[in-house]
Design a protein around this ligand. Structure first.
Ligand code: G6P
Ligand code: ZN
Length: 542
């Protein structure tokens, strides 16, 4: 074992979902090592036989980072490392494998939906033995450790062949290169009615899945094309590439343009979906029809019992605060609780572990359940396919029926990316100061019921998370929410979330931006977005 002297780096504070920086930052000598050592130091000595799962979304720097991590894991006393072949493990597959093999934890290498390549982003996060992202107490402790460490430890050993299945000894650590897909595909097959989906597809139902040259290609090919019998070519952009083919692997209407063009074009398939860099996000489309992530959660909750794994009903639902209230209405009808958490999948972990909720979702194209402790892109696709196979209706018809039954939550998110950090912080500080005085005032005809900075008390462990976003709630149930993204890597990203509830089914056909126009204008009145950021329009609207 070798002990290497080091000094702390600034800014190794994990964000919403781990530490994300430019590859150039990660590639600096000692940078990754410092962070991994801080994680290991925080975990403390691991028990005999401890297993570490390691894998990533295949982006540039993935393989280099894995080799370093394996040498450090050996030095820290792990007995076994399970590594996806080629260094590949989607985030939900990593969660599945941690749980299935009762690993001590896992290190997942990804910057999710951020672009990859030498000039782009890299990331790392630690998931605990429940398969979920480390809770804030742990990530705070890791950050504190990055501020004080003076050395890291690794063994001197040759690099491991990551492409060949099997075991290699690395100075006391057994590195096992595993099939990254099989365990995950088996889990999916245990949750959903594959026979029904297979006959739906055999009956001529057409689907398209865009893997965006990111990690889900091999997973989608195995599940959709092999196990479910969809024709070859159903999965497009299915080869994981280190730079995602130069694309931005974020499944939304802007970045999944190839899929969107097909789904809104002539002769569109019945169902289209895409996933992100590391496979945990999803976008679901019908023919000429976009399902918002908030609606998707609500529809899946309302139809969950059609799927074998959820046939006995769901315990409850959780959504992040900025996610629309559509799921709340379903939960109320089902007589189960609905929890409102801060943004970040880690906040669902305790609720899932305690059995308080079965389904979770976020407006940021994340949906999942208690089958793993991450959101799960292909899982959402399969749940939709199971519902479609069972209801024998189109995506659009299912969503429209849902609105007719529950009312429609018009919803949109406006992102202002790469804004000057001081301007963004100034805007939030201004809102925070204004918040207490807003209640009771009337803005463009909307009466403010409450304005606060969202805080969350975890009902399981009592931990409190403050300053999670400014909400302006109106008396008619509409709201606007402002927060700064915790996942960006350059400047600040301001997110504005706008929602309006419409019960009247004759008014469910308005274009979303039109339906929300007053609230969008009002948001600028309150926050001074244009004046403070110098931007007269958002960079992305979803
Ligand atoms: C990641 C996290 C999600 C989060 C999303 C947006 O995907 O896993 O939990 O909702 O990023 O986060 P942000 O802080 O950028 O709004
Ligand atoms: Zn992701």
């Amino acid at each position: 074992m070798r002990i290497v002297a080091t000094t702390p780096f600034d800014g190794q504070k994990p964000g919403t979902s781990g530490l994300r920086k430019k590859v150039k930052v990660f590639a600096q000598p000692h940078y990754l090592e410092n962070f991994v050592q801080a994680v290991f130091d925080t975990l403390g000595p691991v028990p005999a036989g401890a297993v570490l799962v390691v894998g990533g979304d295949g982006r540039y720097h993935n393989r280099t980072a894995i080799q370093t991590i394996l040498k450090m894991a050996a030095a820290h006393g792990f007995s076994r490392a399970l590594v996806g072949q080629g260094g590949i493990l989607s985030t939900p597959a990593a969660s599945c494998i941690i749980r299935k093999y009762q690993a001590f934890g896992g290190l997942i290498l990804s910057a999710s939906h951020n672009p990859g390549g030498p000039e782009e982003d890299f990331g790392i996060k630690y998931n605990a033995g429940n398969g979920g992202p480390a809770p804030e107490a742990l990530t705070d402790a890791v950050y504190a450790r990055t501020r004080s460490l003076t050395e890291y430890r690794l063994v001197d050993a040759p690099d491991v062949d990551l492409d060949t299945l099997g075991e290699t000894q690395v100075d006391g650590l057994t590195v096992q290169v595993i099939d990254p897909v099989a365990d995950y595909a088996d889990l999916m097959e245990s949750l959903f009615d594959f026979a029904a989906i297979r006959s739906l597809i055999a009956g001529g139902f057409r689907l398209r899945f865009d893997a965006m040259h990111a990690v889900t290609g091999p997973y989608a090919r195995e599940i959709l094309e092999k196990r479910l019998g969809a024709p070859a070519g159903t999965v497009i952009n299915g080869m994981p590439l280190e730079d995602f083919g130069g694309g931005h692997p974020d499944p939304n209407l802007v970045y999944a343009e190839e899929l969107v063009a097909e789904m809104f074009g002539a002769n569109a398939p019945d169902f289209g979906a895409a996933s992100d860099g590391d496979g945990d996000r999803n976008m679901v489309l019908g023919r000429n029809f976009f399902v918002t992530p908030s609606d998707s959660l609500a529809v899946l909750a309302a139809n969950a019992t059609l799927c074998p794994a959820y046939a006995r009903g769901i315990a409850g639902v959780a959504r992040s605060m900025p996610t629309s209230g559509a799921a709340d209405r379903v939960a109320a009808r089902l007589g189960v609780p609905c929890f409102e958490t801060p943004t970040g999948w880690k906040f669902f972990g305790n609720l899932l572990d305690a059995g308080k909720v079965t389904l979770c979702g976020e407006e940021s194209f994340g949906t999942g359940s208690d089958h793993v402790r991450e959101k799960d892109g292909l899982w959402a696709v399969l749940m939709w396919l199971n519902v479609l196979a069972s209801r024998k209706d189109s995506v659009e018809a299912i969503v429209r029926h849902h609105w007719a039954e529950y009312g429609r939550n018009y919803y949109s998110r406006h992102d202002y990316e790469g804004v000057d950090s001081d301007a963004a912080n100034g805007l939030m500080a201004h809102l925070r100061a204004a918040a207490p005085g807003l209640a009771g005032t009337v803005l463009r005809g909307y009466t403010v019921a409450l304005c606060d900075d969202f805080a969350y008390t975890d009902p399981v462990d009592g931990s409190v998370s403050t300053a999670q976003g400014i909400r302006v709630l109106f008396t008619d149930g509409s709201r606007v929410v402002f927060r700064l993204s915790g996942t960006g890597t350059s400047g600040a990203t301001l997110r504005l979330y706008v929602e309006r509830y419409e019960a009247d089914a004759t008014r469910h056909d308005q274009p979303t931006q039109e339906a929300l126009a007053d609230l969008i204008a009002l948001a600028d009145d309150v926050a001074g977005i244009v004046a403070r950021t110098g931007r007269d329009a958002p960079t992305v609207i979803t």
